[in-house]
Ligand binder design. Structure first.
Ligand code: ADP
Ligand code: F6P
Length: 321
């Protein structure tokens, strides 16, 4: 089948750079003579038939903006075979031949379900968590870790003035990539992530060693999924007697102007996805491996496990000794 009409949606948690990717998908498709329909609010909008025509001008002035102009949503109905069948029918009714989904690993399972039902569909990794199997990079991650780094720098100033320990919670319910990379770049004393079991006594011993050699402040970075950050702050205070403050960075990490890196990968991935769909390919995801753009079979990639970089985790521990 010749692909002439591509559907495009964003799904799951939004991520800076999604708009740059939307722009790349739309303009590449139009460049090659295809039409693009935007589907609002992820799979929820697909089931509800919320489609809009995207032309060259409609994606102007968005490359620099965080969020997603197509909106996003979580849609539990799409997890069921019945929901997926409705999705297929809605695409057919709208005359859409192929689908691009920008989202996280949950959204990619939706892509896989559609591909199994004969829809040429593909996934572009968009989540600040950087936790998708099959790729070492996801759109939005670079912006998010720079946002966290900026916060660490600011908190460091006040932590030094008051000689305090600051415990900072970053996003990542199941994955510690944000905590690890921002913690490494920000010189955190300890980084607590869901993938690595930790002993708070070791964290406190590290703090005491720093204090003994005259350190004025300490930063502990905690991924959401690693534990209750307020409780961790309280225990550190009780065990060390150090004055402790807790900061939960929250959704500030999901917004903001995307970095150049996020925009550049988003542009490349969006363009490549369209070229492959137009060539008749489906059931794939875009990714980055060893710093290069790669195309992976989506089912095979999702069967992999996305690991935390243990080497970098150890390095962060060594450098903050
Ligand atoms: P993310 O894509 O950021 O990981 P979610 O895990 O919340 O976010 O998934 C986003 C949406 O993808 C879900 O609300 C649902 O519509 C769809 N989805 C998630 N898991 C599946 C699945 N196993 N099968 C089909 N669709 C799914
Ligand atoms: O998956 C992205 C993410 O930002 C996670 O890091 C975080 O745990 C979650 O989404 C928060 O989701 P919500 O949109 O429900 O606040």
């Amino acid at each position: 089948m010749t692909v002439k009409h591509i559907g495009l949606l964003t799904s799951g948690g939004d991520a800076p750079g999604m708009n740059a990717c939307i722009r790349a998908v739309v303009r590449t498709a139009i460049f090659h003579g295809a039409k693009v329909s935007g589907i609002m609010r992820g799979f929820a909008g697909l089931l509800a038939g919320e489609f809009c025509c995207l032309d060259v001008g409609s994606v102007g002035e968005i490359i620099h903006r965080g969020g997603t102009v197509l909106r996003t949503a979580r849609c539990p109905e799409f997890n069921s075979p019945e929901g997926q069948e409705i999705g297929v029918r809605m695409l057919q009714k709208a005359g859409i031949d192929a689908l691009v989904v920008i989202g996280g690993d949950g959204s990619f399972r939706g892509v896989q379900a559609l591909a199994c039902r004969g829809i040429p569909a593909c996934g572009i990794p968009g989540t600040i968590d950087n936790d998708i199997p099959g790729t070492e990079y996801t759109i939005g991650f670079d912006t998010a870790i720079n946002t966290v780094l900026d916060a660490i720098n600011k908190i460091r100033d006040t932590a030094t003035s008051h000689e305090r320990t600051n415990v900072i919670e970053v996003m990542g319910r199941y994955a510690g990539h944000i905590a690890l990379m921002a913690g490494l770049a920000g010189g955190a004393e300890s980084i607590l992530v869901p993938e690595v079991t930790f002993d708070l006594n070791d964290v406190c011993a590290r703090l005491r060693r720093g204090q003994a050699r005259g350190k004025l402040h300490s930063i502990i970075l905690v991924a959401e999924g690693a534990g209750d950050v307020v409780e961790i702050g309280k225990l550190i205070h009780e065990k060390t007697g150090m004055e402790t403050r807790v900061t939960i960075l929250g959704h500030i990490q999901r917004g903001g102007n995307p970095t150049a890196k996020d925009r550049i990968w988003a542009s490349q991935m969006g363009a490549r996805a369209v070229e492959l769909l137009l060539s008749g390919k489906g059931g794939f995801m875009l990714g980055v491996r060893k710093g290069r753009l790669v195309v992976e079979d989506i089912a095979a990639a999702l069967a992999e496990k996305r690991e935390l970089d243990q080497g970098l985790y150890q390095l962060a521990g060594i450098l903050s000794i």
